[in-house]
Design a protein around this ligand. Structure first.
Ligand SMILES: NC(=O)c1ccc[n+]([C@@H]2O[C@H](COP(=O)([O-])OP(=O)(O)OC[C@H]3O[C@@H](n4cnc5c(N)ncnc54)[C@H](O)[C@@H]3O)[C@@H](O)[C@H]2O)c1
Length: 346
């Protein structure tokens, strides 16, 4: 049995507790340190979940002898914190998005590889049996040659949500709006399922909320495979709706609403197999359409257990930095196309 890995968390805000609760539940790790720039936040966090408290993440990474650190801070700080962790020999689990710019992500991935530490990124939906099944159906050709891969991400976030922390809705630290923050999960999924997008044409703007970044965007996609698709992302429709992902091939269609397959038709799938696929499973549903705190914990637990195992087995984690950056690369191309009025390569 391997020793228990020493685990630290930077950022004790909304998502930090998901990491702390997960660490308590996985095998082979123990929360020994936590950090937030706001002393009252980190004290309260440690009182609930344990660990020595820090208000300076550099000090924590230098002194706490950590094996793994979770980075749960505003998105534009992920790379600099990951780089500092790597320089101290600490393996990294970054919250999504990996970071918000191309140079930051490149530096982050390169430093972690050079220093020989693992870099993983939370994309908890990739751990769900539902999305694994959808991916398998599309990638094993069960819908035939793929024609369209679409994501409709029509969420609601209130003005109070954007006022709840000063980094929300800013270019500098959120790096974008409805897509970079809320939509990034499903932007990751469409490419994980359909393969990479090659180029995009898009509009993005703050239509309703008083924020710098977009609260609404529409994008036309050209996949490397030759298929087409669209992504619509917003946080300003009322009420917020379940996300809808639709995959159409020459022989079949698969539609997912929220975390459920609502339509599966294909001449290449037998009725018996369809029934099996459509049988309800026990995967945790959430209600992120309206409420950012409604994320289930199961995916975080699976990814943290996977990273602990990856460190012990010296292998890549299930979502590497290289894989996680592709969602951000696509979103950055959408912003670029919207700003230039031209098609943008991803
Ligand atoms: N996986 C998911 O479903 C999910 C859900 C919510 C948030 N997130 C991601 O998690 C990250 C944090 O989001 P949040 O909603 O928890 O934000 P938040 O504002 O609630 O929490 C961030 C915390 O980081 C602290 N912080 C800021 N700068 C710091 C620094 N230099 N050193 C130490 N602490 C610092 C803040 O004081 C705050 O407590 C974002 O990147 C977001 O995209 C992911």
């Amino acid at each position: 049995m391997s020793k228990s890995l020493r685990y630290g968390i930077i950022g004790c805000g909304v998502i930090g507790p998901w990491h702390a609760r997960s660490v308590a539940l996985v095998d082979g790790a123990e929360l020994v340190a936590c950090c937030d720039v706001i002393p009252e936040k980190v004290e309260k966090f440690a009182a609930e979940y344990g660990g020595q408290t820090y208000t300076d993440y550099k000090k924590m990474l230098a002194e706490a002898k950590l094996d793994i650190v979770s980075i749960c801070t505003p998105s534009g700080l992920h790379a600099e914190m990951a780089i500092c962790a790597a320089e101290n020999g600490v393996n990294v689990l970054s919250e999504k998005p990996l970071d918000i710019s191309d140079p930051a992500m490149t530096r982050m991935i390169k430093t972690c590889r050079e220093k020989g530490v693992k870099l993983a990124c939370i994309f908890q939906r990739r751990t769900s049996p539902l999305w694994m099944k959808v991916r398998e159906i599309v990638q094993t050709g069960k819908l035939g040659k793929m024609v369209l891969g679409d994501a409709y991400l029509k969420y609601y976030r209130s003005p109070e949500y954007y006022a709840s922390a000063d980094w929300r809705g800013t270019w500098k630290l959120d790096g974008g709006g409805a897509l970079m923050n809320q939509g990034v999960h499903c932007v990751d999924l469409v490419q994980w399922i359909m393969g990479p997008v090659k180029s995009v044409t898009a509009y993005a703007a703050p239509l309703v909320r008083k924020i710098e970044v977009e609260d609404t965007s529409v994008a036309i996609l050209k996949y490397a495979s030759g298929a087409f698709g669209v992504i619509q992302g917003t946080t300003s429709v009322c009420p917020g709706m379940n996300h809808r992902l639709e995959f159409h091939g020459e022989f079949g269609t698969l539609r997912v609403e929220g975390e459920k397959i609502v339509e599966l038709r294909s001449s290449l799938i037998s009725d018996e197999e369809k029934e099996k696929i459509l049988a309800p499973d026990n995967s945790e549903a959430d209600n992120i359409a309206q409420d950012p705190k409604a994320v289930g914990i199961r995916g975080h637990m699976i990814q943290i257990q996977d990273l602990v195992n990856a460190v012990n087995e010296n292998r890549d984690p299930m979502v590497t930095g290289e894989q996680a950056r592709s969602a951000v690369d696509l979103i950055l191309a959408i912003y670029k196309s919207s700003q230039t009025g031209r098609e943008a390569d991803v």
